[in-house]
Each structure stands twice: as C-alpha cells, then as structure tokens.
Design a protein around this ligand. Structure first.
Ligand code: ASP
Length: 317
C-alpha cells in the first residue's frame, strides 16, 4: 500500500432529525460534540492498532449505547406502553455474516447481542424476550428497566402520546424532543487497515411506536449493510428505509451501477423524501459520505486521509 492510499477510516452517527441549535443550547451542543469526538477517537485508536472493522463498529456503537445522550441502549425512547424496546444489527463486509436483535428490553448493549447472534447461531435475527434470554445465556450484561428509562424520555413520550404521534426522537413538531436534549439512533461504519468493511446500528426506535414494532436498525439491508464495496448505517423514519431496502440499495448503486458513494447515498436518500433521515457510509478506499435530509444529524468521521470532523448541521457546522 503506497503512502497516498488509505490506512483506515471510521464514521459514527448519533441520529438525524429536526435538531435546532437554539433549542439544544450551547452546553448540550458541546456535550454532543465532545462525546462524538471521544468515541470516534477511541475507535480510530483501535483501528490504528490493527483491530478489525467488525470489532471497532461493535465497540463504538456499544459506547454510544452507554451514553444517555442518544436514543440507543441507555436513554432509549419509549413505546406506546411507556416501555423501552431496542433494535440493533451488525454486519461484516469481509465475510457477509450478520446478526441482529429486535425489540429487546434487558440486554445492556443490544449491539453486543447482535454480534453474539452472528457469531453464535445459524440465524440472523432474534427478537423479543427470547433474544434477551439468548443474550443472558451468552453471558452479556443485563439491566433492569429503570437503567434504560430516563426521565426526559418519559416527558417526551407523554407529549407524543397526548398528540397521538409516533415520531423520530427529534421531531420538528415536538420542541420537547429537542429541549429534553435527546439524541437519536446510533451507528458506525469502518474500513480497517486490511481494507475490510463493517457496519453496525442501534436504536430505541421511534417515540410512541407500537409494542413489538421493529424498525430498520434491526434489518440487514435496510438500516445496516456491509460488503466488499461499502458499509452503511442509517438513521431516520425506519419504515421508509425498510420499504426501500435502503442500505443494500446504496451498496448496489455503488457496486453495480458504478456510482460514487456520495452520488449513491444522495440519490437513495432523495428517493425517500425530505425530512426522512440520513446515513453514514464508507467505501473500500476509505472514502466517507454522511448525507441527511433533516435539519441535522449528529456525526463524526475520520477518513482514509486522516481528516477528522465532528458536525451536527450542514457543511462542517
Ligand atoms: N431508524 C430508527 C427507527 O426507525 C429511528 C431513528 O433513526 O431515529 O427505529
């Protein structure tokens, strides 16, 4: 590999939505930026030491799940029963193997449960109580409902329920979603030093969703995809991404139609319509794309050239 060629690349997201700067406030904005930077740097350090893309996306998504700032793991939004139900998935582009969990309530890090499904079973997706039991039997850390359910999520859920809405964590129609300081779905895509690609996504889903609803974040090919060409993780209104088989569609545009990552992600997102969400993607050259069609998307990246960026709104803001 010549010096001009990429060594490794990593991008993470903390969700897309109607994120208004004036509603978040300086302090919270800084907290998001600091958190994204810290987690990006820890993943980049792993990649620099030769860790696989797969291990790194699992690790950084697990760190994002542990943060109350985001709608994944601790701090997940609540369903219409006022309960937390989480989805997560992971895919290894080098082997084509994948694992996911849907509507889990007790495993502390759903992304680790997804990895355990991938590594330890012949299946791709386990759901509900059985998936939590599987995670417990696999030796993963479990938590009581109070660990996941944080106060501002209860407030957010009550408002959504009163209005009869199922909504993204950051919904333009609900300033409380922003003032309560919630982040959104989390994800990571990586290219390691050997050129392997991987992606992972984790979420509490949409506020006030029906119990048992499983969104795109648990669906391989919709919210998460990785192959030899690119790796993708999405955020936004899950049903739209599911109907479009979004992540796989992006990969096909790159691999089969020969589009650049920018062109493929932008075109695929355009098809979903304004205000739907966004995605992060990396290709085999360590090139990164992070488009969104909401007002903001929490994101951070270190590309194959070593350029680092942490942004929330359009451009570099
Ligand atoms: N895509 C997630 C879902 O529909 C939500 C989000 O990204 O905020 O479950």
């Amino acid at each position: 590999m010549s010096e001009a060629e990429p060594q490794f690349a990593l991008a993470i997201h903390g969700g897309a939505g109607a994120i208004a700067r004036e509603q978040i406030g300086d302090k919270l904005e800084q907290a998001y930026r600091d958190c994204l930077r810290r987690i990006l740097d820890s993943g980049a350090a792993m990649l620099a030491e030769g860790a696989t893309a797969l291990d790194v996306v699992e690790r950084v998504v697990g760190l994002l799940e542990d943060e109350q700032l985001f709608n994944a793991g601790r701090g997940s939004v609540l369903n219409s029963d006022g309960e937390v139900e989480m989805d997560a998935s992971i895919m290894d582009g080098a082997t084509g193997c994948a694992g996911s969990v849907g509507a889990v309530r007790a495993v502390r890090n759903p992304v680790r449960a997804a990895r355990a499904v991938m590594d330890g079973t012949q299946h791709v997706l386990l759901i509900g109580e059985a998936a939590d039991t599987f995670a417990r039997d696999a030796g993963l850390a479990m938590q009581q409902p109070d660990y996941f359910r944080v106060e501002r999520r209860v407030t957010q859920w009550r408002k959504a329920r009163e209005a009869g809405r199922v909504q993204l964590d950051h919904a333009a129609t609900d300033p409380a979603a922003n003032t309560s300081g919630g982040g959104s779905t989390v994800g990571a895509v990586a290219r390691d030093r050997e050129g392997r690609l991987a992606a992972a996504t984790s979420t509490g889903g949409m506020t006030n969703k029906l119990p048992g609803r499983v969104g795109d974040s648990a669906i391989i090919g919709a919210g998460t995809w990785a192959d030899g060409t690119c790796a993708i993780s999405t955020t936004g209104i899950g049903e739209r991404f599911q109907r479009a088989a979004f992540a796989r569609h992006v990969a096909d545009r790159v691999a089969l139609a020969g589009e650049s990552l920018e062109a493929a992600t932008a075109a695929a997102l355009h098809q979903l319509g304004e205000g739907t969400g966004g995605c992060i993607a990396v290709d085999a050259r360590g090139h990164i794309a992070m488009p969104f069609n909401t007002s903001g998307m929490y994101r951070a990246a270190r590309d194959g050239k070593g350029e680092r960026a942490v942004s929330i709104w359009s451009g570099t803001r």
